[in-house]
Design a protein around this ligand. Structure first.
Ligand SMILES: [Zn+2]
Length: 732
C-alpha cells in the first residue's frame, strides 16, 4: 500500500504541483504611497485545493515584477484529495474534542478539504471554521483536522485582544476630565442609526428586543443583545450624554449611549487616516462593531456587578454581519473599553495587518531555539503603531490605563519603550511585540511620518509565521527601496538600524544569558500540547546558567498557573510542566519532524518535537502554584541550558518568577528555610511558604528543610534537595 501511494503522489505532484497551479486566487493591493505599484498575493493550489499557509507575493511596478515573499510546500502530498479517510462530520467531532466542548461547535460553513503546509509538507486536512464563542472568553478558531488520522494539524485563533491579561495592583490614578470632539457624522433626519457604508456601530442590551426578529442570528445564550440605541435627532445630529469618567458609575454603565457613538467616531477617524496614507482597503467591506458587550450572569470575581463584565476589546476577523461581529468592545468591571479611541484604532489596526500581509501573521514558528509567538507579536506591534499614529500619541489606551485600577501607569503600553529581545519576550504576543513597536515608533519620531509607509510596506513581505528578526529585515529592505526612491537617506537607515539593534531585533537567539535576568524572575507562556504534537511544544525561551565556585547545584523555581481571563471567571483547568536540561554551554536545539499517526503509516500529520536536551525533570510541587527542580552533582564552571514545556492538553500555562540560582554546596546539604523573598512581588510570603510546605505532597520522600534563614538565598522556598534521577529524554 505505502509504496503505491507514494508513487501516485509524486506523479500527481509533478503533473499538477504548485508550480503549475491553475488559476489561483489573487488579492491585489496598492503599494501604500507608491503610485502605479501593486502587491499581488497569489494563493497556491495543489490538485485543485488551496494550500493554506502557502502563498506567493509579488510587487508589480510599472517597470517589472518582483517576488517579495513566497512559502510553498517542499514535499509531495501523502494523500490525494480523493483519499481523505475521515468524513467532514468526523472532523467536526475531532474539533469538538480538541476544543474541550460538550457539544459540537457551531461552524460558519461546511468543513472544506484543503492542503495545509506543515513543515513543508502539504497535509490533506478538513478546515473547520468555528463561529465566534464568547465564553469562557472570545475565541474564533479555525482548525485543520488531518484527513488521515483526525489529529489537529494546525489551528488559528482569529481573535486578537487589545491587551495582555494583567494582575491587580493598587495605583493612585489621577482623574482628569476628557473632552470629545464629534465630527464627520451626518444624517438627513431623525431616527438614523450609526451605519455608514463601511461599518455599523451597535450597543448591547441585557434585555432582549421587543421584536424577536431583531435578535442577531449570532446571539448566544448568556450574552447581551446587539441593538442600535443611538439615533440621529431631527437635525440629523447625534448628541448623547457624555460620561464623566471621574465617576465610577459612568465607567461601569453598560447602558450608556456614548460607547456606541465612540466606536463609530473613532473607527471613521481611523479609516480616514489610513486612506490618507494610501490604504483604502480593509478585510471587511462592512464591519460590525459592538460596544458595551457583557454577559447576563455576574462573574465569580465581580459579584458586586449586576452583569458579567468583559475586560478587553477584540478583533475577530469576521466580516459577515450575519455570522458575527468584527470587533467587540467590552463593558469592563471598572471601565468601558469603547471609550478609548486608542483601543478602537488598535483593533482596526489588526484588520489592516490582516489585509496587507499575505497570510495574516497568526502562526507560531517552530524554531530550533523555541516555539515563537512572534508573528502575533508583530501583529500587535503594528496595531499599536497604527493606533499611536492615528492618535498622534505614543501612549496606548490612556483612558483604560488611567481609570482601570489594575494598571499602575496611565496607559497600557508605550510606543516609546526600551523593551528588548529576548529579555522582554515571554511567548505572549503583546509583550513580544513591544520591542518592535518601540523600534518603529522611535524611528518615526526621528525620521518623520514618512516612516508609516515603511511599516505598511513591510507587511506584504512577512509570512504567516514570521519572527521578529524577519520583520526587522523587511523594515530595512523597504527602507533601502525608499532610499532609492529618494524618500529617505543613509542617515535615516542608520536610525532604523540602531533602533532595531538596540532592542536585539537584528538577531535574537531566544536564550536568556544575563545572570541577573536568569536569577531575576522571568515570565513565560507555555503553549498546550495538542493531538497534532508529540510529546510537547518547546517553551518560548531558554535560560543559560553557570555553576559558580563553591556550588554543585542549580535550583530552578517558578510559579505555574493557568492563563488569566478577561471575564472575571477564572480558568481552572489543570496545568502541568516539565523541565528540559542540557548540560552544555550551547543552547538546546529543537528539531521538528512530521510523522504518521500510526507506526509505518503512509500519511504524516503529527509534528514530532525532538532535541538534544540531556534530561527531563518533573518539577516538585511545593504548593498550588510553586514548582521547583534542584539538580546536584555539578561542577563549578559547568553550564546548563533550561527550557520549560507544558505537557497538558487542556490549557496554556504561565510560568512566572522563573529563576535559576546555585546554592553553596554545604548549605544545600543542610537544606534551606522556607521564606518569602524580599523584592519578589510575584513571590510567596514567608507564611505562605509555610503553608506551601504543609501543603506539599506528603508522599514526597526527598523533602527536607532546616538551616539558616538569614542566608543570602533564603528567599527560596523549601528546597527539595535530592539528586533527581534523570529521566529518559523526551525526544525520539
Ligand atoms: Zn491586539
Amino acid at each position: 500500500m505505502g509504496p503505491r501511494f507514494l508513487a501516485v503522489s509524486i506523479l500527481a505532484f509533478a503533473a499538477a504541483g504548485p508550480a503549475r497551479a491553475a488559476a489561483p486566487a489573487v488579492r491585489v493591493r496598492p503599494v501604500p504611497g507608491k503610485a502605479g505599484s501593486v502587491v499581488e498575493h497569489r494563493q497556491i493550489t495543489l490538485h485543485g485545493l488551496p494550500v493554506r499557509r502557502a502563498h506567493e507575493t509579488v510587487v508589480r511596478t510599472p517597470t517589472g515584477v518582483r517576488v517579495v515573499s513566497v512559502v510553498r510546500p517542499s514535499h509531495a502530498p501523502d494523500l490525494l484529495p480523493s483519499e481523505a479517510r475521515i468524513s467532514a462530520d468526523a472532523a467536526v467531532e475531532a474539533a469538538r474534542a480538541e476544543l474541550g466542548l460538550a457539544a459540537p461547535p457551531t461552524v460558519e460553513r461546511a468543513p472544506q478539504l484543503v492542503y495545509i503546509d506543515v513543515l513543508g509538507h502539504p497535509v490533506l486536512a478538513w478546515e473547520v471554521a468555528t463561529a465566534l464563542r464568547t465564553r469562557p472568553e472570545p475565541s474564533r478558531k479555525t482548525l485543520w483536522i488531518g484527513a488521515a488520522g483526525g489529529v489537529l494539524v494546525a489551528e488559528r485563533e482569529e481573535v486578537f485582544a487589545s491587551k495582555a491579561t494583567v494582575y491587580p495592583t493598587n495605583p493612585a490614578a489621577s482623574p482628569e476630565p476628557v473632552t470629545v470632539e464629534l465630527s464627520d457624522i451626518a444624517a438627513d433626519g431623525p431616527g438614523v442609526p450609526l451605519i455608514s457604508p463601511r461599518l455599523r456601530a451597535m450597543n448591547c442590551s441585557l434585555e432582549p428586543p421587543d421584536d424577536p426578529d431583531l435578535i442577531e442570528p449570532w446571539w448566544d445564550e448568556g450574552e447581551c443583545y446587539a441593538v442600535h440605541r443611538v439615533f440621529s435627532d431631527e437635525n440629523g445630529n447625534f448628541f448623547v450624554p457624555l460620561p464623566d469618567v471621574r465617576l465610577e458609575a459612568d465607567n461601569v454603565d453598560g447602558d450608556d449611549l456614548y460607547a456606541e457613538l465612540s466606536i463609530y467616531v473613532h473607527a471613521e477617524r481611523f479609516f480616514d487616516a489610513l486612506v490618507d496614507r494610501g490604504v483604502e482597503t480593509f478585510p471587511c467591506e462592512f464591519s460590525t462593531m459592538l460596544a458595551n458587550f457583557r454577559y447576563t450572569e455576574p462573574a465569580v470575581s465581580y459579584p458586586e456587578l449586576a452583569f458579567g463584565p468583559l475586560n478587553n476589546a477584540y478583533y475577530t476577523n469576521q466580516c459577515d454581519p450575519d455570522k458575527g461581529v468584527t470587533m467587540l468592545f467590552g463593558q469592563g468591571s471598572s471601565i468601558d473599553f469603547a471609550f478609548d479611541g486608542d483601543v478602537v484604532y488598535h483593533e482596526l489596526g489588526h484588520g489592516v495587518t490582516s489585509d496587507l500581509s499575505p497570510d495574516g501573521l497568526w502562526d507560531s514558528r517552530y524554531r530550533r531555539d523555541g516555539l515563537l509567538r512572534d508573528a502575533r507579536g508583530i501583529n500587535e506591534a503594528v496595531a499599536d503603531y497604527l493606533s499611536a499614529m492615528v492618535a498622534g500619541d505614543p501612549y496606548l489606551a490612556d483612558y483604560v490605563g488611567r481609570y482601570w485600577p489594575s494598571y499602575t501607569r496611565p496607559y497600557i503600553r508605550s510606543a516609546r519603550n526600551q523593551k528588548r529581545c529576548p529579555d522582554d519576550t515571554i511567548g505572549q504576543e503583546h509583550n513580544d511585540g513591544e520591542p518592535l513597536m518601540g523600534a518603529m515608533w522611535t524611528t518615526r519620531e526621528q525620521v518623520g511620518p514618512a516612516f508609516d509607509q515603511v511599516v505598511l510596506r513591510m507587511l506584504p513581505r512577512l509570512p504567516g509565521d514570521a519572527d521578529l528578526e524577519s520583520a526587522a529585515a523587511a523594515l530595512l529592505e523597504v527602507m533601502d527601496e525608499m532610499i532609492d526612491e529618494g524618500v529617505f537617506d543613509a542617515a535615516d537607515r542608520a536610525v532604523l538600524y540602531r533602533a532595531l539593534d538596540a532592542r536585539g531585533l537584528i538577531d535574537c537567539p531566544r536564550v536568556l544569558t544575563d545572570p541577573v535576568e536568569v536569577a531575576g524572575g522571568h515570565t513565560m507562556w507555555l503553549r498546550r500540547k495538542t493531538s497534532g504534537v508529540e510529546p510537547f511544544l518547546p517553551g518560548p525561551i531558554q535560560l543559560r546558567h553557570e555553576i559558580p565556585e563553591g556550588s554543585d547545584n542549580f535550583v530552578l523555581s517558578f510559579k505555574l498557573t493557568p492563563r488569566g481571563t478577561s471575564t472575571g471567571n477564572p480558568i481552572e483547568d489543570p496545568v502541568s510542566s516539565k523541565v528540559l536540561v542540557k548540560f552544555a554551554d550551547a543552547s538546546i536545539e529543537f528539531t521538528y519532524d512530521l510523522v504518521s499517526v500510526v507506526p509505518d503509516g503512509d500519511a504524516k500529520e503529527i509534528v514530532l518535537v525532538g532535541g538534544d536536551w540531556d534530561a527531563t525533570y518533573e518539577p516538585s510541587v511545593l504548593d498550588e502554584t510553586q514548582r521547583q527542580v534542584v539538580v546536584r552533582g555539578l561542577l563549578p564552571g559547568q553550564v546548563v541550558h533550561v527550557s520549560l514545556v507544558n505537557d497538558e492538553t487542556t490549557a496554556d500555562a504561565i510560568a512566572s518568577s522563573v529563576r535559576i540560582v546555585s546554592l553553596p554546596a554545604d548549605e544545600l546539604d543542610e537544606g534551606a528555610t522556607p521564606d518569602g523573598g524580599p523584592g519578589d512581588p510575584g513571590g510567596t510570603s514567608g507564611a505562605a511558604g509555610e503553608d506551601a510546605w504543609d501543603a506539599s505532597d506528603p508522599s514526597s520522600s526527598c523533602a527536607c528543610r532546616s538551616g539558616d534563614g538569614d542566608a543570602p538565598w533564603a528567599w527560596i522556598l523549601p528546597v527539595v534537595a535530592c539528586r533527581h534521577r534523570r529521566r529518559r529524554k523526551g525526544g525520539r
